[in-house]
Write a protein that binds this ligand. Structure first.
Ligand code: PRP
Ligand code: URA
Length: 209
């Protein structure tokens, strides 16, 4: 599918399998989410623009590439997307961080917004939206709607586990954004949870419920 990359790397797949295990505790779960985000970020950021700068080595002066502009924004969807932020910041420490607070209504499964703040100037930044779970796609579409309403254009969406239903909804609503997925799962169940999935990502990262 156009603009959809499934990052089928053995390290990522191995770590996702540990995430899925219901016996994996909060501490390990949180670390794994961060590590996977970093590994996925390595791939998702391979098109960051670089420019040659002059550097003096102990031997001679040379022109050598560095990331240009430093205009990256990481925007987690609260709460679970927060768990991925430090993984991306480990790669690009100068990135700015925005927040989009959404929760799914337990009955309708539709997202409700409770907090949004984006770094400026958002229109000049490459924006990496993070959320470990792409289920119905409602939260992802609402987050990207919000970012675009505020002028964001160059948007990448990173999700560790996705359902086909969510990928389709996000692709249909926003065909221009780049979507990076760790694993494409089978389907959603009657409660709109991903199968086999990993359960409730926010609760497992923060140790709630
Ligand atoms: C989870 C998850 C996504 C959303 C995915 O968040 O982190 O944001 O559900 O579902 P969707 O694709 O059907 O919208 P949740 O609403 O449970 O909030 P939380 O992160 O605060 O637990
Ligand atoms: N949100 C989660 O945290 N997990 C799912 O399986 C679906 C939505």
């Amino acid at each position: 599918m156009e603009n959809v990359t499934i990052i089928n790397h053995p390290l990522i797949q191995h770590k996702i399998s540990i995430l899925r295990d219901k016996k994996t505790g909060t501490n390990e779960f949180r670390s794994l989410i961060e590590e996977i985000a970093m590994l996925m970020g390595y791939e998702a950021l391979r098109d960051l623009p670089v420019e040659d700068v002059q550097v003096e080595t102990p031997i001679e002066t040379c022109m050598t590439p560095m990331i240009s502009g430093k205009k990256l924004a990481v925007v987690p969807i609260l709460r679970a997307g927060l768990g991925m932020v430090n993984g991306i910041l480990a790669l690009v420490p100068s990135a700015k961080v925005g927040h989009i607070g959404l929760y799914r209504d337990e009955t309708t499964h539709e997202p409700h917004e409770y907090y949004c703040k984006l770094p400026t100037p958002i229109e000049l930044r490459t924006i990496v939206v993070t959320d470990p779970m792409l289920a119905t796609g409602g939260s992802a579409v609402a987050a990207v709607d919000f970012i675009k309403e505020h002028g964001g254009r160059n948007i990448k969406f990173m999700s560790i586990i996705a359902a086909p239903e969510g990928v389709k909804r996000l692709r249909d609503a926003h065909p221009d954004i780049q979507l990076y997925i760790g694993h494409l799962d089978r389907c959603l169940n009657e409660n709109a949870y991903i199968c086999p999935g990993l359960g409730d990502a926010g609760d497992r990262i923060f140790g709630t419920r």
